[in-house]
Design a binder for this molecule. Structure first.
Ligand code: NAD
Length: 497
């Protein structure tokens, strides 16, 4: 464990065990299995945590099913909202503990973790508001019913039922909350399966859910392996919907499995987002903005802008500025207040990213900066910029999920040609456009085939802004009103009066 100072509450939680939460009880996995979570900055052991398997998923789904038919179903909407707000307050009251756990488990810098924990509380407040506004509509009854006399048609919004929430390791608490807040607001009950690399904060969240007063079984949390607990959750006949965030490969396999039972499914998957920098861009903003589009969260960020298209007129100054920015980024433990970039999640991820870097070095691309890993402990990779790339290169085509940027120049003014470069990817999650010209900004945005595009900033996500992908980046939109709709069914009712 790091020698950097940790809150005594965090130390106590690390020593206290990380069980499963099933039916309101903290329990060990039925097979007695456990695994260990390691600090990615030091490689040292953090804590053991219990691992659930298919039989634990069975028990968790049964608890969620029973809670769905129980008092939870009868709770008035303002009561449901009150619980969500109580959870938000619980998160705020435990903000330092949750932030430190995220840093230790995931590696992200503490300042970022603190911001993320604040956003998690905000998600529950935001969806508490939507819980109070669940409403249907009235519309005209069909003519053949009206011909027989007076009639009425209206719609009801109903929760889909028991939902399986499967999340990745890159922003563990945030991913859990962005699925829990709308699904609970909608009235669903859930089984959450965190990623095996980052199991810790979800267990503390489970405790806060109980303290907020949610009935037993409404939220069940089963840490476990994807191929075991994850597949069992996806295949379970009593689960009405799967909400998944993770890799495109696993997302596709979940979609195939859900097609068999016609289970509802929403998917937030990978990305390789374009960043287009026009010659009139304000470089004092574009240099740090574009650099952080790639390097934010060590590049382990689905919306990372990693394919940079820069106009020839500002190509070299942009590269020079971003190289200086990258070289000034202090790598280190997330608990060190000076740290700007933490480690990658695992040795395996570090090796994977270094494999892409080796590929880039062996290509005709120009290595502008970075390209190295740290000797010794911790899974660090320096912020890396390749210039003069071409669209056929692996570092341009594939999602690296690490701090690796690929930059190429363009000379044309034709926005269709520029958009064709930006859209030359199987993904379509995010993107940004950098210019002072409003007309160019709007016309470029309308040509980019992505679910989320920013101008003169990147990755502008918030509770109220829908987020999700085109093409292989997924199905559905999380956040905002659309995020709530993912967990609601519409029932149309006609009464011949
Ligand atoms: P992953 O797909 O390997 O794992 C994600 C989760 O799925 C984990 O909880 C894992 O245990 C579980 N899982 C693995 N195999 C499973 C299976 N067969 N059935 C059911 N569950 C299974 O992804 P990862 O490596 O943890 O995360 C990195 C990926 O996530 C990247 O590709 C990234 O782009 C993507 N991601 C996307 C978003 C988004 O919002 N679009 C956000 C974060 C991460």
């Amino acid at each position: 464990m790091t020698n950097l100072p940790i809150d005594p509450a965090t130390r106590a939680v690390l020593d206290g065990g990380f069980p499963l939460l099933i039916g309101g009880q903290f329990v060990s996995g039925s097979a007695g299995q456990s695994a260990t979570s390691f600090d990615p900055a030091t490689g040292e052991k953090l804590a053991d945590f219990d691992l659930g398997d298919a039989s634990d998923i069975d028990a968790a789904v049964a608890a969620a099913k029973s809670a769905f038919g129980g008092p939870w179903r009868k709770l008035q909407l303002n009561e449901r909202a009150r619980l969500l707000r109580a959870l938000a307050r619980g998160i705020e009251a435990n903000a330092q503990l949750l932030a430190e756990l995220e840093v230790l488990d995931n590696g992200m810098p503490l300042m970022l973790a603190q911001m993320i924990v604040g956003n998690c509380a905000q998600l529950f407040d935001y969806y508490a508001g939507w819980a109070e506004r669940i409403e249907g509509t009235t519309t005209e009854p069909p003519p053949h019913v009206q011909e027989q006399g007076e009639a009425l048609t209206y719609t009801l919004k109903e929760p889909v039922g028991v939902v399986g929430l499967i999340v990745p390791w890159n922003v563990p608490l945030s991913m859990a909350c962005l699925k829990l807040a709308p699904s609970l607001a909608a009235g669903c009950t859930v089984v959450l399966k965190p990623a095996e690399e980052t199991p810790l904060s979800a267990v503390v969240l489970g405790r806060l859910i109980g303290e907020a007063g949610f009935p037993d079984g409404v939220v069940n949390i089963v840490n476990g392996r994807g191929e075991e607990a994850g597949t069992a959750l996806v295949a379970h006949p009593d689960v009405a919907k799967i909400s998944f965030t993770g890799s495109t490969a696993v997302g596709k396999s979940i979609a195939r499995e859900c097609a068999g039972s016609m289970k509802k499914v929403s998917l937030e998957l990978g990305g390789k987002s374009p960043v287009v920098v026009f010659p009139d861009a304000d470089l004092s903003k574009a240099v740090p903005g574009v650099a952080m589009a790639t390097f934010f969260l060590q590049g382990q960020n689905c919306m990372a802008g990693t394919r940079i298209f820069a106009h020839r007129d500002i190509y070299e100054p942009l590269l020079e500025g971003m190289a200086a920015f990258a070289e000034n980024m202090k790598l280190g433990h997330g608990l060190d207040p000076e740290t700007m970039q933490g480690p990658l999640i695992s040795k395996r991820q570090q090796e994977r990213v270094m494999g892409f870097i080796a590929d880039g070095k062996n290509s005709d691309a120009r290595l502008v900066t970075g390209g190295t890993e740290w000797d010794g402990k911790g899974n660090f990779v320096s912020p890396t910029i390749f210039a003069d790339v071409d669209p056929s290169m692996r570092i341009v085509r594939e999602e690296i999920f690490g701090p690796v940027m690929a930059v190429q120049p363009f000379e044309t003014d034709d926005l269709d040609e520029i958009a064709a470069l930006a859209n030359d990817s199987p993904y379509g999650l995010s993107g940004s456009v950098w210019t002072r010209d409003l007309s160019i900004a709007h016309r470029t945005v309308s040509r980019i085939r992505s679910g989320h595009v920013s101008v003169n900033c990147h990755g502008a996500v918030a509770a109220n802004i829908p987020f999700g992908g085109y093409r292989e980046s997924g199905w559905g939109r999380e956040f905002g009103r659309e995020g709530m709709e993912l967990y609601l069914e519409t029932k149309a009712v006609t009464l011949a009066l």
